[in-house]
Design a protein around this ligand. Structure first.
Ligand SMILES: Nc1nc2c(ncn2[C@@H]2O[C@H](COP(=O)(O)OP(=O)(O)O)[C@@H](O)[C@H]2O)c(=O)[nH]1
Ligand SMILES: [Mg+2]
Length: 275
């Protein structure tokens, strides 16, 4: 799910070069998607980085600072390359009440395609901080309470992620289409220090049992899945008023970030090629 820092540091490609070649990798990816007409459908709860991922795939070389401010998506967003492009990345909104309006349409679309790539986005519970005002004011009191509130927030986020993967699993099991699925664990910059736990949570827990159940239902011919993790932007997680609640992890740097962004591109490329 991630590359250890010593492997990255010993790699011969400098981060600068790596960053330059990201857009090349994206172009190759888009050409492949366009040629194969494979739709990419992105799922995940609200605030995990779905929209940011869409922008990243479109223009990976750009610094994504413009998107640092969270904007709730209200309808399905489509990302295109421009020109005679038939390929699209569909990113529906993740908030529960908006999901009911937009997700069924994408489910139907998925069922009608012979093959598709499903991207499920999660972030180890580090969703946009939407705490109620009472809890927010509690946060300013240092001490045990703060820790409890934040842990409960992360746990709720992880539960929301499981609810989404269960729904997506049910759906994929029901349809005939060949599906490749990639789970993108975003916000690596926030959880990097406890990456072993994150890996365990996704690869050896309820999440992976859902993925395994799809494999059982569809067989290896009909389903393939990969885990990848990434940091799309490296920003502290703050309240609306700018208080830093979860700072970016100590020791997380651009070498680590760019190496994983490349890995994400390469994995998407391989999955689409194989589908
Ligand atoms: N630290 C950090 N923040 C991220 C990352 N990806 C997205 N974000 C931020 O998370 C917030 C929600 O992202 P967005 O793409 O709108 O989420 P969506 O609701 O799933 O579409 C935004 O403020 C993004 O800048 C990441 O990898 N690391
Ligand atoms: Mg969005």
């Amino acid at each position: 799910m991630f590359i250890e820092p010593h492997v990255i540091v010993s790699a011969t490609v400098a981060t600068f070069e790596h960053r330059k070649t990201l857009s090349l990798a994206a172009k190759k990816l888009w050409t492949l998607i366009t040629k194969g007409r494979v739709p990419i459908i992105v799922f995940g709860p609200g605030g995990v980085g779905k929209t940011t991922l869409g922008h990243f795939l479109e223009t990976p070389e750009e610094r994504l600072l413009a998107m640092a401010k969270y904007d709730r998506s209200v309808e399905t967003e489509e990302f295109n390359l421009g020109g005679p492009v038939v390929a699209r990345v569909f990113v529906p909104p993740g908030q529960e009440f908006r999901r009911e309006l937009t997700w069924p349409h994408l489910y139907t679309m998925l069922a009608q395609e012979k093959r598709a790539l499903v991207v499920n986005v999660v972030s180890d519970g580090y969703h946009v901080l939407n705490l109620e005002p009472a809890l927010l004011s509690e946060l300013t009191n240092p001490g045990a309470k703060r820790k409890e509130i934040l842990e409960a927030f992360l746990a709720r986020g992880r539960e929301k992620e499981l609810a989404v993967v269960r729904a997506v699993t049910d759906h994929i099991c029901k349809i005939e289409s060949r599906v490749s699925m990639i789970t993108v664990v975003t916000k690596q910059d926030l959880w990097w220090e406890h990456r072993d736990q994150v890996q365990k949570h996704y690869e050896h827990g309820t999440y992976n049992r859902c993925v395994e159940s799809i494999l059982q239902a569809k067989g290896a011919q009909g389903f393939h899945h990969e885990f990848v993790s990434v940091s799309l932007v490296a920003n502290n997680l703050c309240t609306d008023s700018g208080e830093v609640v979860f700072p970016t992890a100590r020791g997380y740097d651009e070498n680590i970030q760019v190496a994983h962004q490349h890995k994400l591109m390469a994995t998407l490329f391989a999955l689409i090629k194989a589908i």
